[in-house]
Design a protein around this ligand. Structure first.
Ligand code: GAL
Length: 309
């Protein structure tokens, strides 16, 4: 498998899993991501080796069941034009965690009305299996804030939702409620006025690392990282990660992979657009994250996708 080239599932179809996220569950890696074809929003694939991907389901579509979670949440999965045609809304950067307390897979994503990016909401969907039909539970502005590019991060004792706010100028960290169905506390505002997007968070040896892009739409830019000893503590100033275009990619997520007591960390990025492609399609760029003598993360470009340990 090559970075920046189309990847195919076991049926021979191009994998559409953009701006996505991978979790491990019951012996499989489940990969969720954007799929804007037809009436799809989010597709799910699974794999045991992170290279052979089996298509499982379009887990969220315009036809998904809707069950409003709380009063006043936006539950439209499509709008209707003057002559009755369905207009899709926009659901981006879907991330999923399994919540053992409610035995549900909980998806958080970025929600927009399909016309513009002014709603700036986060959306929630739930399912009792990893790759079943998710139920759309609605979209909202956490504590009234704007919420665009986002990610989830599960720590040992709590989970967090991180999203770009104030027209992307700042990045908010929210701790989730125990059932992962709401925000429980706005714990930190990061990178005031730095316009960081596409957050990807991981933890290594007790240190938290956040990788982000700058805010240039679908065009790639200089990635940066920051680190902190506590998620709600002080984060370091931003430092460069990758080259001036992050090797022509934008962060989607970071996947830790452990085997025989060793853990490696993989950067997954989207290379959006390109010749003959629509803007919303990306190829994938996966690079092993290495750490220098200061424990600062870095990546070096390789054409070949790494051999995951
Ligand atoms: C990017 C963002 C993408 C998408 C795009 C739309 O900055 O990371 O997820 O929202 O803008 O222009």
């Amino acid at each position: 498998m090559k970075n920046g080239k189309a990847w195919y599932d076991t049926d021979g179809n191009v994998i559409h899993c953009h701006g996505g996220y991978i979790i491990q569950y019951d012996g499989y890696y489940y990969w969720y991501g954007e799929n804007r074809l037809d009436n799809n929003y989010v597709s799910c694939y699974r794999s045991k080796d992170l290279k052979t991907w089996e298509f499982r389901n379009h887990v969220l579509t315009t036809d998904s069941k809707v069950e409003q979670l709380r009063f006043n949440m936006t539950t439209d999965l499509f709008k209707t034009d003057g002559v009755g045609n369905k207009i899709k809304v926009n659901i981006e950067r879907p991330k999923v965690l399994y919540n053992k307390r409610i035995n549900q897979f909980v998806m958080w994503a970025h929600y927009e009305n399909g016309r513009d990016y002014l709603e700036a909401k986060c959306a929630i969907a739930t399912c009792d299996t990893p790759d079943g039909d998710f139920v759309f539970r609605g979209a909202f502005n956490p504590y009234g804030y704007m919420s665009r590019d986002c990610t989830l991060f599960e720590d040992e004792d709590a989970a967090y939702f991180i999203s770009a706010s104030r027209d992307n100028a700042d990045l908010h960290i929210y701790r989730l409620t125990e059932d992962y169905l709401n925000v429980d506390e706005h714990v930190r505002t990061l990178f005031q006025g730095e316009y960081r997007e596409a957050p990807a968070l991981f933890k290594k040896d007790g240190m938290y690392y956040m990788i982000t892009s700058f805010c240039t739409g679908w065009a790639p830019n200089q990635g940066k990282f920051s680190k902190a000893c506590a998620i709600g503590g002080q984060w370091t100033s931003l430092k460069n990660f990758g080259d001036e275009t992050t090797y022509r990619s934008q962060p989607a997520f970071v996947l830790p992979v452990s085997k025989n007591g060793e853990t490696k960390y993989y950067y997954f990025g989207d290379r959006w657009g390109g010749k003959g492609k629509k803007y919303f399609e990306s190829t994938y760029v996966v690079l092993e994250i290495k750490f220098d003598e200061n424990n600062d993360p870095y990546i070096i470009y390789e054409d070949e996708v790494p051999d995951f340990i």
